[in-house]
Design a protein around this ligand. Structure first.
Ligand SMILES: C[S@@+](CC[C@H](N)C(=O)[O-])C[C@H]1O[C@@H](n2cnc3c(N)ncnc32)[C@H](O)[C@@H]1O
Length: 249
């Protein structure tokens, strides 16, 4: 792969031997360094990862990965949360139910594209009210200091909510893979960080969710997957989007 080829990577690496992906592992330091070289200036990597709890202790693999990407030369542009509307029911002992993963946004310099998803605001048109804490307590800031009105739309917060499980894809074959991305998660991230025709990469492609969504959004895509079994799943899932003569293996 030539250097500075990729506009965006979105991926979820295998971590903490949580699932046995046919026994495959990966060297995260090498991958972070390679991704930096292969990413265009201003490109981003969305790295979706969580932690396993071992003997009452969270592994913090997620943060280790973030530090490794930062040391490789990426900026930790944002630490976003992928919250699950319907997490798998489990008794987490003396902990609250585990319901999120991290979506680290690593960027090579400042992101070159940002198309924020917005939502309507409640009090559009009214003046922004603000206050300062002074040594005499809480004091309103005079209007002229604010001078702005609440807009009709605002950017979403960096906590994104998705359904997991069977509603995360319409493709039955995808569920032969143990850990697929919700398609909507991939859609939101690709729309945010890329423009039409740009190249999206998934270095742990699994069942091909990134490829499918990138294709549907008019982006080009590239994927790597080490397991032949999962490649076959991706091939079946993507068949209707690929020219007949193309095999992914
Ligand atoms: C969490 S899954 C990704 C699932 C994917 N996001 C999807 O929606 O189907 C991680 C994938 O990484 C693959 N993998 C593990 N080690 C790898 C390596 N060294 N190179 C490429 N893929 C690898 C596993 O086989 C597994 O399919």
């Amino acid at each position: 792969m030539p250097d500075e080829l990729i506009d965006m990577t979105i991926t979820s690496p295998p971590y903490d031997d949580l699932r046995d992906y046919n026994g495959y592992h990966f060297p995260v330091e090498k991958i972070a360094g390679s991704l930096l070289r292969k990413t265009k200036p201003g490109g981003v990597v969305i790295w979706v990862v969580a932690d396993r709890t071992v003997d009452g202790d969270e592994t913090l693999t997620s943060f280790r990965h973030a530090l490794i990407f930062q040391e490789a030369g990426f900026k930790v542009h944002d630490t976003m949360i992928y919250a699950k509307n319907n997490p798998i029911p489990s008794d987490c002992g003396k902990r609250y139910r585990q319901a999120f993963e991290y979506m680290f946004c690593f960027s090579k310099g400042s992101p070159k594209t940002f198309n924020p998803i917005t939502e309507p605001t409640k009090s559009a048109g009214t003046k922004i009210k603000a206050f300062r804490i002074t040594e005499r307590g809480r004091g309103n800031v005079p209007d002229e200091d604010i001078g702005r009105q609440i807009k009709s739309e605002r950017k979403l917060s960096n906590i994104f909510y998705y359904n997991v499980g069977t509603s995360s894809s319409v493709d039955k074959v995808a569920f032969q893979h143990p850990a697929i991305f919700p398609e909507k998660l991939v859609e939101d991230q690709i729309r945010t960080w890329t423009g039409s025709g740009e190249l999206v990469y998934d270095c742990f492609m699994g069942s091909g969710t990134t490829a499918k969504v990138a294709h549907q959004l008019g982006r080009r895509w590239l994927g790597s997957e080490v397991s032949r079994d999962y490649i076959q799943i991706a091939e079946q899932r993507l068949a209707k989007y690929l020219p007949q003569s193309v095999s992914l293996a």
